[in-house]
Design a binder for this molecule. Structure first.
Ligand code: LLP
Length: 423
């Protein structure tokens, strides 16, 4: 079901007309549907109910406090990648004991912060990180819980910038070196090696590569068990895709059930039915289609080769098209009775790469509103102040109510941290 339906030719977010949101909060504005967010979260949570499983929402996809708080209240943990993200979780009322810390470059300060809050575990990505973690934990008189991120070398068949499970990627420990790295980790006095994880890529439409990765992890866990390095959890990362155009991603329920079925069969055969905790780190599949970017058309600029529709949102608000040539859906907020023309939808930033959508058929006039669809994930979190543009406002719709969850940045705030040298 779409939470952004047309009603009498007007586009809505749940029960609120987007035109009313634009009037009240201005544009560009990210608009999220609370019901869509929860539906996407429960697609995972319902199947995990009653099992030893944890959903650690990958908050890099959308880390607004209201989003985090909503998910935390419904039992989510978090996959974080910086000290800043941990502080956000705490500010949002999330439970650090349900947080895992991923990323290849954790600083000593970040490790210290995470240890002081007793997070669930560190997803360690290299031997050097194992040693640093052991050292910092030792200094603090603590034992750090560790999961080793292995790189299963499977092809996720996605955009090269968002594929992470191949040997050529900077992430994780090579599968061939994993056993030795586990041995090293298990000997370090201030580490407790408890799990294994992988994340092979993002926007995956098929779960076959994920299940292939699962099989490789299972194989390694069995080998480790024979060396008396028992693991207590298996973390498959995130990665499930969403529909931007006409993609047909595997249903969350189907993927998660296949994972549980495979794990049950394995545990029954090799581990006398002893369960193992399963962790998922979904980001995009929870927030992606729960948000749109609302923007106003400033100018319509007809050309000999192309027509341009120049809007007040730009690549600094939504990087995905410029960065990955991503295709994002575009809809008129108010449908017009006139023949459409073909436009490139572009922003005001001074770069040819500043486009949001190309060759779209739209029936529009200057001053009209457009919605850029499926912009809830990696939209606002990747926004910048390029061209000294304030970042967009964010609102969350809940039925017929609209909550401002991030006010628009004032222009005077944009250089408030800078100073002029006075000599
Ligand atoms: N876990 C780890 C370790 C990750 O690196 C990521 C995403 C996730 C989980 C969540 O993956 P998801 O479920 O969202 O696919 N900016 C890009 C996507 C970058 C993904 C980075 N890692 C985009 O806009 O497509």
């Amino acid at each position: 079901m779409s939470y952004f339906p047309y009603k009498n030719g007007e586009l809505y977010a749940e029960n609120v007309a987007l035109a009313d949101i634009a009037k009240k909060f201005g544009t560009p504005t990210y608009v999220y549907s609370k019901a869509a967010l929860l539906e996407n979260f429960f697609a995972y949570a319902d199947i995990c109910k009653g099992r030893d499983a944890l959903i650690c929402y990958a908050m890099k996809a959308n880390s607004n406090l209201a989003v985090l708080n909503l998910l935390a209240r419904h039992g989510a943990g978090f996959d974080l990648v910086s000290g800043g993200e941990l502080l956000r979780v705490l500010a949002a009322g999330g439970d650090p004991a349900k947080c895992i810390f991923s990323g290849v470059g954790k600083s000593r300060d970040e490790i210290r912060l995470a240890l002081s809050h007793d997070i669930l575990c560190f997803n360690v990505e290299s031997v050097a990180e194992l040693h640093r973690l052991n050292e910092v934990a030792g200094e603090m008189g603590k034992v750090a819980p560790v999961s080793l991120r292995v790189n299963p070398n499977v092809d996720a068949k996605t955009h090269p910038y968002i594929a992470t499970g191949l040997k050529a990627n900077k992430f994780g420990v090579d599968f061939e070196d994993a056993l030795e790295t586990f041995r090293t980790g298990s000997k370090l006095p201030h580490l407790d090696v408890i799990g294994i994880d992988c994340h092979i890529g993002s926007q995956l439409l098929d779960d076959a590569p994920l299940l292939e990765a699962l099989d490789k992890l299972i194989e390694l866990i069995d080998t480790l068990a024979t060396e008396d390095i028992p693991l207590h959890h298996i973390d498959l990362g995130g990665g499930l895709g969403i529909t931007y155009a006409d993609e047909k991603p595997v249903a969350v329920q189907d993927y998660v059930s296949r994972v549980f079925a495979r794990i049950a069969q394995w545990r029954d055969t090799n581990h006398h039915g002893k369960p193992i905790k399963v962790i998922f780190e979904p980001g995009r599949s929870i927030v992606g289609n729960a948000g749109i970017l609302l923007t106003t058309i400033e100018y319509v600029k007809p050309g000999t080769e192309k027509n341009f529709c120049i809007v007040d949102a730009a690549m600094n608000d939504l990087m995905r098209p410029a960065m990955y040539q991503a295709w994002m859906g575009v809809q008129e907020v108010t449908r017009r009775e006139k023949p459409p023309a073909t436009y490139d939808v572009v922003g005001p930033v001074c770069e040819s790469g500043d486009w949001l959508a190309r060759s779209r058929s739209l029936a529009i006039e200057p001053g009209d509103l457009l919605a850029i669809l499926s912009a809830g994930a990696y939209g606002m979190t990747m926004a910048s102040n390029y061209n000294t543009r304030g970042r967009a406002a964010e609102v969350m719709v809940d039925g017929d109510r609209v909550h401002l969850i991030r006010r628009r940045e004032e222009q005077s705030e944009l250089f408030a941290l800078e100073s002029i040298i006075l000599d």
